[in-house]
Design a protein around this ligand. Structure first.
Ligand SMILES: [Ca+2]
Ligand SMILES: [Ca+2]
Length: 309
């Protein structure tokens, strides 16, 4: 017992000077890793709680209200991969949504949202959603004004690329976007280039979908009521350098078909192999009357594959 007391006293003596010195400002890990795995991300997405964490790290970020703001690497922080043109985004809390809308913008109800009535969600879908952390109710929305839609979230993508279609004249719109998805899409562009397809970028045919929008095509052969698109970590994409609104003829055989979509999917496979933390879904979709062939990519955290291989 006496030994323990002496040891405790020694520890206190050692701890004294350490506690007395002023804390070094130390950016949280996600700020040190600005850029993501691709090195091409240009945005931070924060909640009020996240800002409080920054304050504890020695930086006070004054953001009066949710929205999209220019980010500058703070003076006094250890130099990191400082980026120009980066943004910090403070989320609008999920609770701001009332009766399925924020202001004039209609969103609808998430499958596992408290208060979502059985009439709005199939029973099976709600049970499925309730058991999966990845399907938890989102923490908030990115408020996207008409001007903010042009904000770059990475080298090749802007906030506006991921907005739900429709409600064309309603601003601001509200968006859920997981930066891991954007990181994965940047790596997919890189992988396609490495495979000998020097694409300029990827067209996002569908990114975030509000539950209200998604519900229009739910049903047999259609969309799932618990689509990953509701959670902002999914995109249906294709390279469209020639700008004709369809996937490009990547293999140069004179036609645009599943073989070209498979090239995109194979590149996405390699991205997941090299960066397992970005695991998720890779789905191949053949052409329909409404769209050309395309590839679904998401970062749900577990592997999922579908479509004609
Ligand atoms: Ca094209
Ligand atoms: Ca082709």
């Amino acid at each position: 017992m006496r030994l323990l007391v002496v040891l405790a006293a020694t520890l206190l003596a050692l701890a004294g000077p350490v506690l007395a010195s002023p804390p070094e400002p130390k950016p949280p890990a996600r700020f040190r890793d600005i850029g993501g795995r691709s090195g091409r991300l240009l945005a931070f997405i924060e909640t009020r709680e996240g800002l409080a964490e920054l304050e504890r790290a020695g930086l006070r970020v004054v953001i009066p209200e949710p929205g999209v703001y220019p980010f500058e690497w703070p003076a006094g922080w250890p130099p990191a991969h400082a980026k120009t043109g980066a943004s910090v985004i403070l989320l609008t809390p999920f609770a701001e949504k009332r009766d399925g809308r924020i202001g004039a913008y209609v969103l609808g109800s998430w499958p596992n949202e408290a208060g979502a009535g059985p009439s709005s969600v199939p029973a099976g879908a709600a049970a499925y959603a309730a058991g999966r952390a990845a399907y938890a109710v989102p923490s908030g929305f990115i408020k996207v004004t008409k001007a903010a839609a042009a904000t770059r979230v990475s080298e090749h993508f802007r906030l506006g690329d991921f907005l739900t279609k429709g409600q064309a004249n309603v601003w601001p719109k509200y968006l859920i976007l997981d930066l891991k998805l954007v990181d994965k899409l940047e790596l997919l562009i890189e992988a396609l280039r490495e495979d000998g397809h020097p694409v300029k970028g990827l067209h996002v045919m569908s990114g975030f979908r509000t539950p209200n929008y998604n519900a229009r095509e739910v049903g047999p052969g259609g969309r799932s009521a618990v689509s990953r698109h509701l959670y902002g970590d999914s995109a249906d994409v294709y390279p469209d350098d020639d700008g004709d609104g369809r996937l490009d003829d990547l293999n140069g055989d004179g036609c645009v078909d599943l073989a070209d979509a498979r090239i995109v999917a194979a590149a996405a496979e390699r991205v997941e192999k090299e960066v397992p933390e970005l695991a998720g879904g890779i789905g191949i979709y053949p052409a329909t009357a409404a769209h050309g062939p395309m590839v679904h990519v998401d970062t749900r955290g577990t592997r999922a594959r579908w479509g004609p291989r």
